[in-house]
Design a binder for this molecule. Structure first.
Ligand code: BGC
Length: 611
């Protein structure tokens, strides 16, 4: 599915500010390249500089010649912006084709090509799909998160691509938000720790590591802290996504800014300002957030890339959007389609003195610093993908790490002794919409922007994994609707959310859908032990589904390696996952977060049983 361009009404209220506390600054990881960056900058025309600041989506490129003619510093594949056939080779060819065109420019400045490799190289069929961040948060395992990011970087790099818009360090505070699963936890401290681990993993010990990609910590700031009713509208109701974080600066720092500091200190090369507002003003146009806090106070030396068409949501016409965001501190703009208009208007704005030349130079210097630090100008750098990496793409070794992540991410919420299941059982019945569905297990940002149901990529479904786990004497039967469990030793019911991503995922009641309730009721009617596995991008208000199950496992969005689920169900590995979000009793309790003055959840933050 093509990603839609979206424009929202913008509220303008004054952002409030309080005096900043002293913060650590960067470590000259990027300013140490200023000599080279400045030398190159001195040779550049204004057109070349604006080109460096321009990032179109390849999907909207009118002609490959435009890469040479407009001298883009970067391009991206946003959600669903795939090559014509979605294969490893086609992705690699796409990257190599565009990079070759960038080298036809006068100054031959290589481009950064960005994708959303947010849980593995998850746009590419055949890549290993890791659990979404919500599941990784439940593992509490920073070393594992770093290892996953290393592998992701390697699979991305195998296609030549050198930049991922990850990690997301939102601390989602309202589970109705459709991007909750992109956050490791509602607790900003846990997010800070795992976000830095992901940054280190993606960028390697240092950016010249041949298997490193440039990381992009996102979305700065307040994406997970918006107030319900201030976001985008759906069915006549304003929801959360792209909404307004209505809070003091102190609160914003606590919930949405401080978690960037460990990633900045770990050397994060890029940061993505957010779609959301802070007290009525869009982050993409906030000088206070982008320049005052991020660059001046926190000493961020890399560059800022705007979110997809995010500057378009600033008040005023497009030229005003450009002026406001660049003057606020935006360094590169994810256009994604109107790149010719952007370039014309940006040039006009500079020539008219609306954007000072020093600001343009600062932006381009920051972009070039990162390109130098990443080794794009080094003698040995190649515009081609390293063929030696292809063998590891989607490899068994990488899948093994994903399987480990899956089993560590599962949170056992209830068990009356039904688990672990016996491998010697006579018959296990496996049922429900998620039982045999990699698409449902993977959720949004997988192959398609919003994700989709079905056999969308390679991997092992939960049903296949159970079949591979039980002994020879055990029969595994299946049905889609919960029926057929009579006489089995146990029934495994896999229900939960269908794939979604930003905007579409906002939800008002967090309830199981009626079809899933019917599946569970059918299974319960058989009168055998019921083991429910919930696939979801967040905590849900599951009604009596927990009471009605003998065991209940929150599996989040585990990705392509369902074997990790079977490993735990059959006791090869004991459950170790702990909730990184608070589990509410009812929708009336939402938002509910650890540390709230009144806190009476169904399961508290940190909860998780074992055998
Ligand atoms: C999302 C970002 C993503 C970008 C590029 C936006 O809509 O908010 O998280 O990196 O698209 O696909």
């Amino acid at each position: 599915m093509k990603k839609v361009l979206f424009a929202a009404a913008v509220l303008t209220l004054a952002a409030c500010s309080s005096p900043p506390a002293p913060r650590p600054t960067g470590q000259a990881l990027f300013t140490s390249f200023d000599e080279q960056a400045n030398a190159l900058l001195a040779e550049m025309t204004l057109e070349e500089k604006i080109g460096q600041m321009t990032q179109p989506d390849q999907e909207f490129l009118k002609s490959d010649d435009h890469i040479r003619d407009y001298m883009f510093g970067s391009m991206l594949s946003g959600g669903g912006s795939d090559p014509d056939t979605n294969t490893f080779a086609a992705w690699r060819d796409l990257y190599e084709r565009y990079q070759a065109r960038a080298l036809e420019t006068r100054l031959k400045i290589p481009m950064l090509y960005g994708v959303d490799a947010v849980h593995g190289h998850s746009n590419v069929i055949g890549a290993v799909v890791f659990p979404h961040n919500i599941g990784l948060g439940a593992t509490r395992n920073a070393a594992l998160v770093e290892e996953i990011a290393r592998i992701t970087a390697k699979e991305v790099k195998a296609t030549g691509i050198n930049w991922t818009f990850a990690p997301c360090v939102a601390a989602p505070r309202d589970d109705r938000w459709g991007r909750t699963y992109e956050g490791f936890s509602e607790d900003p401290a846990l997010v800070a720790e795992l976000g830095a681990a992901a940054t280190r993993g993606l960028q390697g010990a240092d950016l010249t590591d041949p298997n490193a990609v440039v990381a992009c910590v996102k979305h700065f700031a307040g994406d997970g802290a918006t107030t319900f009713g201030t976001g985008i509208a759906r069915d006549g109701q304003m929801l959360l996504d792209r909404g307004d974080a209505q809070m003091s600066e102190e609160e914003l720092r606590r919930l949405a800014i401080d978690q960037y500091i460990p990633s900045i200190l770990a050397g994060a090369a890029t940061i993505m300002p957010s779609y959301n507002m802070w007290n009525g003003a869009r982050a993409s146009g906030s000088h206070r957030l982008l320049t005052g806090i991020l660059k001046e106070e926190l000493g961020f030396e890399g560059f800022l890339i705007s979110d997809f068409a995010a500057i378009d949501e600033l008040p005023g016409d497009y030229k005003q959007d450009i002026v406001e965001s660049i003057n606020a501190g935006m360094d590169m703009v994810m256009i994604p389609n109107r790149y010719e208009e952007f370039i014309t208007l940006a040039l006009e704005a500079v020539n008219e003195g609306l954007i000072p030349m020093e600001r343009i130079d600062d932006a381009v210097r920051r972009i070039l610093r990162v390109k130098f630090a990443y080794g794009l100008f080094d003698e040995g750098w190649s515009p081609k993908a390293d063929p030696a990496l292809e063998a590891s793409f989607g490899s068994a070794e990488h899948r093994e790490v994903a399987r480990r992540a899956v089993r560590e991410s599962l949170v056992l919420l209830k068990n009356d002794g039904a688990l672990p299941l016996a491998k010697t059982a006579k018959r296990i019945h496996v049922t429900g919409p998620g039982a045999d569905d990699i698409g449902m297990m993977s959720g949004g940002w997988t192959i398609d922007w919003q994700g989709k149901m079905g056999a969308i990529t390679e991997g092992t479904t939960i049903l296949e994994a159970i079949r591979a786990t039980v002994g020879e004497g055990t029969e595994v039967t299946t049905s889609a609707d919960g029926t057929g469990a009579e006489g089995a030793d146990a029934v495994v019911v896999v229900i939960g959310e269908r794939p979604y991503a930003e905007m579409n995922g906002d939800d008002t009641d967090l309830a199981l859908d009626a079809g899933d309730v019917a599946v569970l009721n059918n299974a319960r009617a058989a009168g055998v032990p019921v083991v429910t596995v919930l696939i979801s991008g967040r905590v849900m208000v599951v009604g009596d589904a927990i009471d009605g199950s003998n065991a209940f496992v929150a599996a989040w969005l585990p990705g392509s390696e369902g074997q990790g689920v079977a490993d735990v169900l059959f006791g090869d590995h004991k459950p170790t996952g702990k909730l990184s979000f608070t589990w509410p009793r009812s929708i009336e309790q939402v938002p509910i977060n650890v540390g709230d003055a009144t806190y009476d959840p169904l399961f508290p933050f940190g909860f998780g049983l074992t055998y």
